[in-house]
Design a protein around this ligand. Structure first.
Ligand SMILES: [Mn+2]
Length: 259
């Protein structure tokens, strides 16, 4: 297991889902990054920073919205260590991108220690084992041969395929129950036992908060990072998003409007 030891305060955010049609979310995220640069000693972004990522070569001739967000991440990484992780949507993020940002690639699962707190950190989609169709898709797209084949295609071809996959996934998710799309408790318990921790942190499920669970008689905590969406206020959805701070006081979740 990859181990990362950092002095606090460490800030974490995931599931921002940045894209060309999310200017308000991008703006909120860039404000968050500025705050992190001045108040955090390190920043961890464990996945789904982007709504889609079709290969690191898009960063070279990035469209304006992306260039702006990448520059903002780069600016933080010039001040404090930044780890960028892959989620289920931006799973093709590679070391070319993180190197270009002056950041590091967060391993898929990492043991992160901040002071006395040691946690198993990941995006969290690997725990959603009840969603068999998704796990099959996940296995396919994580296969190096599949990735090489996909990355060998032109950018327009990849954009078309990604949009198609996204459409299919959204249609499939409409008919999945909310339980299926949440974590499987046994999968989390197995990860806790194999990592030898009592604390798990992840994003992905869009169900922010803390769950206390007992694993073989030991009290364990699972914390979920919030997802971000500030672009659907006109549809009656108030801006949402936030982050976690880990310091000597422990773990704390902050909402966007609390800053
Ligand atoms: Mn996700």
């Amino acid at each position: 297991m990859n181990k990362i030891s950092i002095a606090g305060p460490v800030w974490l955010a995931s599931d921002i889902h940045l894209g060309q049609n999310t200017p308000a979310t991008s703006e909120a995220f860039r404000d968050f990054l500025k705050l992190a640069a001045s108040e955090a000693s390190a920043l961890l972004l464990p996945g789904d920073i982007f709504d889609a990522w079709i290969g690191d070569d898009v960063a070279v001739l990035a469209p304006p919205w992306l260039a702006q967000d990448l520059m903002a991440i780069k600016a933080v990484a010039a001040k404090i260590p930044v780890w960028v992780g892959r989620g289920n949507r931006d799973f093709l993020i590679g070391e070319a991108l993180t190197a270009g940002l002056g950041a590091r690639l967060l391993p898929e699962q990492a043991l992160v220690s901040v002071g006395n707190h040691t946690m198993l950190l990941s995006h969290g989609d690997e725990y959603c084992t009840d969603d068999v169709a998704y796990q099959q898709f996940r296995a396919m797209v994580r296969n190096p041969a599949w990735q090489a084949g996909f990355l060998a295609r032109s950018i327009p071809e990849r954009l078309t395929m990604a949009a198609q996959a996204r459409g299919e996934s959204m249609a499939a998710n409409q008919v999945k129950s909310s339980e299926i799309m949440d974590v499987n408790t046994d999968a989390v318990a197995a990860a806790i036992l194999s990592a030898g921790v009592s604390l798990v942190v992840h994003g992905h499920t869009h169900r922010p908060g803390r769950t206390v669970m007992s694993v073989e008689g030991k009290r364990c905590e699972r914390w979920v990072l919030p997802d971000w969406d500030c672009d659907h206020v006109d549809q009656g959805k108030p801006p949402r998003g936030g982050w976690m701070v880990i310091d000597e006081d422990g773990l704390t979740l902050f909402d966007l409007d609390q800053d």
